[in-house]
Design a protein around this ligand. Structure first.
Ligand code: IPE
Ligand code: IPE
Ligand code: MG
Length: 250
C-alpha cells in the first residue's frame, strides 16, 4: 500500500532524467524553532531527523549523489553553545547513520576541512566512511566544516605542490586537474541545488561544482522539507531547459 502511494506521487518524475548529483543547503532550522517558541537547537534536531527521509527517498528514486550542507567554515561565528550542539548532533548522526542508513545502502562521506574538528569527530568520520565504503547505493557527502573557497585553496595548494615536485606544468593545468583536487573528486557536478528557507544565495557552497547547476529555492524551512518537496524540486529540475552556454535542441 505504502509503495503504491509513493509510486503515484512520483509517476510524473522521469526516472531517466534524474539529477545525478543533488546539493542541499539545509537552511532555516533556527527560524523554524523560533516560530514555535523553541530553542534553535530544537530546529537542528528536527532538521537532522528529516534528513534521513530525504536521503532514503533520493536513493529510492535512483539519484547517485547527494551533498548536504551541515556546517560551513563560517558557522564557527555562531555562539559556542550552538556550535557545540551542532558538533554533537553531527557526531551522533555519523554514529547512527552507519546503522540507520545501512538498509538503505547509503555510502557516507564527509567533505570539508577536518583538522579544525574534534579528534572524536575526525575518528568517527573515518570509521563511518570505512564501514559504508563498499555500499552500492547513493553517495551522501556531508559537508562539515566545508567552504567552497577553502576547498579551492586546498586544491590550489595541492596543485602547487605537484608543480614544485615537477609532476605538473602550471601552464597545462586543466579543469580536470582542479576537479581531481576537490573533496568531490571523481563525482559528477551538482546539477540540482536546493536551498530551503527562502534565502537565495550560495553561502560558499560548492562554488566550482554548482557552475551549471539548476537552482531551486524553497520557502519552507528545512525541518518542514519532506520527500514530496524533493519530488517537486526534481519536477522543476526536469522542466528547465539546460543549455550549458549553447542553444536548445542544437
Ligand atoms: C541551517 O539552519 C543549519 C545550519 C546552518 C547549521 P540555520 O541555523 O541557519 O537556521 P536559520 O537560517 O538561522 O533560521
Ligand atoms: C548555510 O547557511 C550553511 C548551512 C546550511 C550549513 P547559513 O544560515 O549559515 O548561511 P547565511 O549566513 O544565511 O548566508
Ligand atoms: Mg541560516
Amino acid at each position: 500500500m505504502f509503495f503504491r502511494k509513493k509510486q503515484k506521487e512520483t509517476k510524473d518524475i522521469d526516472l531517466n532524467n534524474l539529477p545525478q548529483h543533488i546539493g542541499v543547503i539545509m537552511d532555516g532550522n533556527g527560524r523554524w524553532a523560533k516560530k514555535r517558541g523553541l530553542p534553535r537547537s530544537a530546529g537542528h534536531s528536527a532538521g537532522a531527523e528529516g534528513l534521513k527521509k530525504i536521503v532514503t527517498e533520493a536513493n529510492r528514486l535512483g539519484v547517485k549523489y547527494i551533498t548536504v550542507y551541515a556546517f560551513s567554515t563560517e558557522n564557527w561565528k555562531r555562539p559556542k553553545e550552538e556550535v557545540d550542539f551542532l558538533m554533537n548532533l553531527l557526531l551522533g548522526y555519523l554514529k547512527d547513520a552507519e546503522r540507520s542508513l545501512a538498509g538503505e545502502n547509503v555510502r557516507i562521506r564527509a567533505i570539508g576541512s577536518r583538522k579544525e574538528l574534534s579528534k572524536e569527530i575526525q575518528e568517527q568520520i573515518i570509521k563511518t566512511e570505512n564501514l559504508t565504503k563498499d555500499r552500492s547505493g547513493i553517495v551522501m557527502n556531508i559537508a562539515l566544516n566545508y567552504g567552497g573557497r577553502e576547498e579551492l585553496i586546498h586544491a590550489a595548494k595541492n596543485l602547487c605542490k605537484k608543480a614544485m615536485a615537477g609532476e605538473l606544468d602550471p601552464d597545462e593545468i586543466t579543469e580536470a586537474d582542479i576537479d581531481r583536487e576537490l573533496y568531490t573528486a571523481g563525482q559528477p557536478d551538482v546539477d540540482l541545488l536546493i536551498r530551503t528557507s527562502g534565502e537565495q544565495r550560495l553561502s560558499n557552497f560548492m562554488l566550482w561544482q554548482v557552475s551549471y547547476g539548476e537552482m531551486v529555492f524553497v520557502d519552507k524551512a528545512w525541518p518542514d522539507f519532506k520527500p514530496e518537496d524533493l519530488h517537486e524540486c526534481i519536477r522543476i529540475f526536469q522542466s528547465r531547459g539546460r543549455r550549458f552556454g549553447g542553444v536548445e535542441n542544437a
